[in-house]
Write a protein that binds this ligand. Structure first.
Ligand SMILES: Nc1ncnc2c1ncn2[C@@H]1O[C@H](COP(=O)(O)OP(=O)(O)OP(=O)(O)O)[C@@H](O)[C@H]1O
Length: 305
């Protein structure tokens, strides 16, 4: 990994007697997009708040640019952009006034016109913030966070409430920033967003990291899936000898669901078998593991534990 911009070692953070973050470790390298994922209440926002210097940790060590965020916030802040879950923009100002105000507050040279174009807000520049739609307001928040090209960008659920087109536009912008060398820490509940954008990730659950690593490695550890509706009257013994495991609960419910490490071989076997029987496999799906599969695996392990 490239030189770390963020290091987190044994981080703990409590609200009174409730420990929201229970000893987590991760690093974020320069120019990397790191996704912090997890179930509701897992501790992602709390972790981000510690990294942003808004909340002191109750245990462990956190460094951003080699500095302590709680003690050195004044030195870290000019180098970072922050998109919080709740926007702090005043509703009475127009879009243009908001961007100009933030541009005057940041120590980085900022091009307001460029920000308007990048977030597709040119047509809204004279509109008061409290008249914007939820998605437009989210785009304005992102424009503010990225003014002047920060070295490090925190994005807390940047595309919540955006329609698919706006989400795609946001992804393009984030990809462009990362290509330009910006380091990004992203939290999101949209797993396809993390899968598309992130280099590495951590999945948190109840204050701990359940899964972490490079996205390609995390996905490679998870089995692929094949599924189709169980043909009328089929019993399990009639299926060909695939190497993957057939889910007995799904089979009983009328669906053949197979988790396999040999997707192509097992699929070929099943198609040859179906062809020989003259069987049409309905609602056939075959795919490599997605982050959604990994995420459900985390949840299922916890339920089973
Ligand atoms: N100010 C607070 N006082 C007490 N408990 C809090 C406070 N803020 C958060 N918590 C609790 O800490 C836990 C972690 O919250 P946090 O907001 O960090 O989770 P999250 O992973 O961001 O969740 P979500 O995905 O739902 O936004 C939750 O159980 C939450 O209820």
């Amino acid at each position: 990994m490239r030189e770390p911009v963020i290091t987190v070692q044994g981080l703990r953070c409590a609200y009174g007697s409730f420990e929201a973050v229970r000893g987590i470790d991760f690093e974020v390298g320069q120019g990397e997009l790191f996704a912090l994922l997890g179930t509701n209440g897992a501790g992602k926002t709390t972790t981000l708040e510690v990294l942003e210097g808004l909340r002191p940790p109750t245990g462990g060590a956190v460094r951003v640019f080699g500095l302590r965020p709680d003690a050195d916030r004044a030195r870290i802040r000019p180098r970072t952009g922050v998109l919080l879950q709740d926007s702090g923009a005043s509703g009475e100002l127009t879009v243009l006034e908001t961007l100009r105000l933030w541009a005057s507050l940041t120590s980085r040279p900022s091009d307001v016109d460029e920000a308007l174009v990048a977030l597709d807000l040119v047509g809204k520049s004279g509109v008061r913030v409290n008249r914007l739609s939820g998605g437009e307001r989210r785009r304005l928040d992102l424009a503010v966070a990225t003014l002047g090209g920060p070295e490090l960008l925190f994005l807390d659920e940047p595309t919540t409430g955006l329609d698919p087109e706006s989400r795609g536009r946001t992804w393009d912008l984030v990809e462009k920033l990362v290509a330009g060398g910006t380091t990004v820490v992203l939290t999101t509940h949209y797993l396809e967003e993390a899968e598309r954008l992130a280099h590495r990730l951590a999945i948190m659950h109840e204050g701990r990291v359940a899964v972490s690593g490079a996205v390609v490695d995390v996905l490679a550890r998870e089995a692929s899936r094949i599924g189709f509706d169980r043909p009328e009257g089929l019993i399990a013994a009639e299926l060909p000898a695939v190497s993957g495991a057939i889910d007995p609960d799904e089979f009983a419910k009328g669906r053949v669901e197979i988790r396999t490490r040999a997707l192509q071989d097992d699929l070929a076997l099943l198609l040859a078998w179906a062809g020989a029987r003259g069987e049409r496999l309905t609602r056939l799906r075959a795919h490599h593991a997605s982050l959604a599969d990994v995420f459900h695996g985390v949840r299922d392990q916890v339920v089973a534990a």
